[in-house]
Design a protein around this ligand. Sequence first.
Ligand SMILES: [Zn+2]
Length: 422
Amino acid sequence: MTERSSALSSQAVLFRNASLVDGSSPQPRTGVHVLVEGDRIAQVSDAPIEAPQDARVIDLEGRTLMPGLIDCHVHVIATTADLGANALLPDALVAARATPIMKGMLMRGFTTVRDVGGADRGIQQAVAEGLFVGPRLVICGKALSQTGGHNDYRGFYDERDDQYQTRRLGSMGRICDGVESVRRAVRQEIKAGAQFIKVMANGGVSSPSDPIDFLSFSVDELRTIVEEASNAQTYVSAHLYTDEAIRRAVEAGVRSLEHCNLIEADTARLAAERGAMACPTLVTYERLKIEGADYGLKPESVAKIDDVRLAGLESLVTMREAGLEMAYGTDLLGEMHPHQSEEFVIRSQVLPPHEVIRSATSTAAKLLRMEGEIGCVAPGAWADLIVVDGNPLEDMSLLTGQGQHLSLIMQGGRAVKDRLNR
Ligand SMILES: [Zn+2]
């Protein structure tokens, strides 16, 4: 993937006396010293590190230091909850509106996000070049949807050609049907820079003609998509709600199971055995319920929210008991993006705080196949770091409030927010 040029890297920074919170343990690791050189973490030690000449030294005096957060389910191009209308906007307008969405994410402490439908390599490169301020982007290009599936916004009486949205920046997905057509779609997305493949394998809330229990794509199509993704040395992520849809996807080799609201214990165990991972996104259903209609969600979509919303917390317990790893995801649309950090608080109602944090650090990095690069404070990793005023293991709401409790946000060694005294 494209990465920031070294020209953007800055002065060495030595953090002294940090309380490290990375989700690996229920308690912070205190008295930690971390040296950042260029865009990477150079040293992490329980013993004092000697500051290199000209390094900036920051004594954190026990403040919390965390790896930059990772959200594994976002749509940076979703500038409104009316996704059909979004798909028709001019590309330039979509890119312009995506920039404050991405900046908002970074200022909430998310230094990496996985876009699961919509963002293209152009947006990714603009962030990597520093033209757009935002999280490091991992992209899949357009999500694959069957005719009448979760990315077919045409509705009952709209007979437009099904390729009208394929290359529009504001479209989350594209339509393809049949084994050869899905094969070609995967190859086209990979060629255009996709780092994994997203498939809509179940009905959805925000689309007009697919109740959530619809199974999308045939088993042969799903297997073909998985085959083509693995030929390209990557994996498939699937939009899924019902137990039947999840089981079918797991059996076809899908690795990243999005949403999973209606998963049952047997399927969760099967998924864990096969090495799949889940990416719940509970906050989006809470917000859609409260404000979806105000922000453009159509009535037929509003009527579907509770089909998945009500099962959300229970699904977390089911997956945890089955040993199915869960990464952090949010799936917010349009004006609802500012609620991104509330997923931490929602999950903490039923999961231990350090496990919730881990979902946005090491577990997320594992899902993105970027272990050791992001989601950890370790030598060699990107210097993506946040400093929190207080201990989020005791009060998860410290991660909410649009970053107001974050006194420093560092991305690739550069401080994008800094209110620590020099
Ligand atoms: Zn989504």
